[in-house]
Design a binder for this molecule. Structure first.
Ligand code: NDP
Ligand code: A1CAB
Length: 264
């Protein structure tokens, strides 16, 4: 039986998760409730049969699995608001809030509640997220149900909670890093002669091909790069010029800066 799911705080990420769930073959849209305070932006989903509400407590009461997708600074008030609904039928809580520990959530809701942290990214919208997950107090069946949700919107990976901030950087911030890289490559493509649309088409498929190749043939990226870099050729000249300008160093330093922003 499909679990009923409430997504509380349906903004950028919550909506991506909702869209991914709705696109999942066999997903029963009537099992999904989405909340936010101003619900107008969710009206297209209402037409699909999804329940839309600004009543977090009622949404929590009616759901088996409650995904909390508000900003970290809104989480405490939302937890206090839904607390009366939690505990009786032992709903499962899944927080995607950056940097908020399970202990902070159980401190409000209770020590015996199944609580997960999940870190998806906005590619959930097209069922291509990666979602790192950790949790407490969950039965095998409950954990399987949570993983089923995130596997339906991409790939889920179970990790220890102490890696959750690193997972946020690599998977959730990571999609923005990749998009910035793509933008730069498109800009380069325009400078050497393509119109923006053609440059984007070439870059999109090139990045998709590189990612798909690493997924299907998981070798070290540098081993694949060796296959492209003709001695004295144009690829190595371009790569070396990028490194002279700090390409890899900039990426590593950016990853660390994001990590420090969450952890320090
Ligand atoms: N964006 C991303 O790529 C990622 C975000 N995250 C995390 O996900 C969470 C959401 O981020 P994001 O989607 O970007 O943020 P958004 O601001 O886009 O979404 C949060 C939503 O919560 C709603 N909201 C605020 N207060 C309440 C409330 N009391 N009750 C119900 N809804 C409320 C807001 O809508 P309204 O004002 O109408 O209520 C808003 O649309 C954050 O904790 C973030 O750290 C994690 C990974 C990736
Ligand atoms: O930038 C942020 O704070 C959130 C967390 C990961 C993605 N967006």
């Amino acid at each position: 039986m499909q679990h009923s799911i409430a997504i509380i705080g349906c903004g950028n990420l919550g909506l991506s998760i909702a869209n991914g769930l709705i696109k999942t073959p066999g997903f029963d849209v009537s099992s999904l409730t989405l909340t936010k305070r101003k619900t107008e932006s969710l009206s297209p989903l209402k037409k699909l049969g999804v329940a839309i509400s600004s009543d977090n407590l009622a949404a929590a009461e009616s759901a088996d699995i409650i995904i909390l997708a508000v900003k970290p600074f809104n989480l405490t008030e939302v937890l206090e608001e839904i607390k009366p609904a939690i505990g009786g039928k032992k709903q499962t809580i899944v927080s995607v809030a950056t940097g908020v520990k399970i202990q902070q959530i159980s401190g409000i809701l209770g020590d015996d509640i199944p609580i997960f942290r999940a870190m998806p990214n906005i590619a959930a919208d097209i069922n291509e997220s990666v979602t790192c997950i950790c949790g407490i107090n969950a039965s095998e069946a409950t954990e399987a149900a949570v993983k089923e949700i995130f596997n339906s919107i991409g790939l889920s990976i179970t990790i220890n909670e102490d890696l959750m901030e690193a997972a946020t950087v690599l998977g959730a911030c990571g999609i923005a890093y990749v998009l910035r890289f793509m933008r730069a490559m498109i800009q380069g493509g325009i400078q050497i002669g393509f119109d923006a649309k053609t440059a984007s088409d070439i870059v999109n498929q090139t990045v998709k091909g590189a990612a798909e190749m690493m997924i299907q043939q998981p070798i070290h990226p540098e081993a694949a790069i060796d296959k492209v870099t003709t001695p004295k050729g144009c690829t190595i000249v371009g790569l070396n010029e990028m490194e002279h300008h700090g390409f890899s160093a900039a990426m590593v330093k950016g990853v660390i800066a994001s990590f420090e922003k969450i952890t320090l």
